[in-house]
Ligand binder design. Sequence first.
Ligand code: SF4
Length: 342
Amino acid sequence: MEASTVTNQILSGSEKGGKTYAFNDGHDPDKPADFWFQNSEDGLVLFIVFFTQACRWSRCLGCNLPGQMASFHVPFTHIMAQVDYLFGLSDVVEKQMDIRKVIVSNNGSVLDQETFSSTALMYLMAKLNLPNLSVLSLETRPEFADFAELEFLSRALAEGETPTALEIAIGFEAFDDTLRNAVFDKGLTLSVFETFLETVAPYGYRLKTYFMQKPVPGMSDDDAVRDISDAIFYLGRMGKKYGVPINMHLNPTYAARGTVLEAAFKDGSFTPPFLTDVARAALAGKDAGISIFIGLSDEGLAVPGGSFVREGEDPLIKELETFNRTQDYSILDRIAKTTFSF
Ligand code: SF4
């Protein structure tokens, strides 16, 4: 596909989604957009956001992740240089024996070869032969997970020194169909999701689904809790039906700069969810047969005051981090019964 066609797709998506942010075109293309360490039930996680051309969909309401990326094509040589840069950093070298999971993102679709070159992905796979790596997670829209690419990834992982499970991570955002597609403009139907599950099931891959609690303006806190619990029950049923282990990555929504949520936050039609309600929603996972990870960072992308973390909530954050590591539901029980005053 012509590079200009991809750029036009990004620009028209941004326009449709009412985005007002600028792209990060001045970023050094030989360095990743961001990376950080976090803890999960899998152990130490290295989360990498490679700097590439932005997400081709770009229109989802409230998402400003494409604004961290380039509007132009980033050639594979630069993405490979980002791999070298990252794995040469002393912080990464020192922790490499402890890294159990690597999450690979480009704030879009790592499996979209128009924005993340297959050559660079192969290079990354070779570099990821870390001594104790047990899970590799790749973020993508489901339509880019094609048969040939899954075959190649499966073979590459089998050749590694340690057994490594592959997790495909997709954005779902909201469970209610109207909210997800008519309001949020995610462009994902349940039938596409279930076909995707059927495609990945034979490979034994794991699946991560990203959800947002209270993703659109005008939604009550109770409706937001209900949407997440409905999603948890549905994922539990689908995981059993297709034999795919599923994790829900639950992100409380923040007012992202340069999106309609910024305007809604300013006019009072959107307030970020409370962490107590996030715990209440996640409680539905207790016997659902899926694991849950609660996202606790707004990655610095919220407008001032527009984050879901309110003053004095550090102890609550610590408790939720412990839940992420342990899946101990008594923690959520306790938080959900607590009323905090702000
Ligand atoms: S939510 Fe994902 S698919 Fe939608 S615009 Fe953002 S990065 Fe693209």
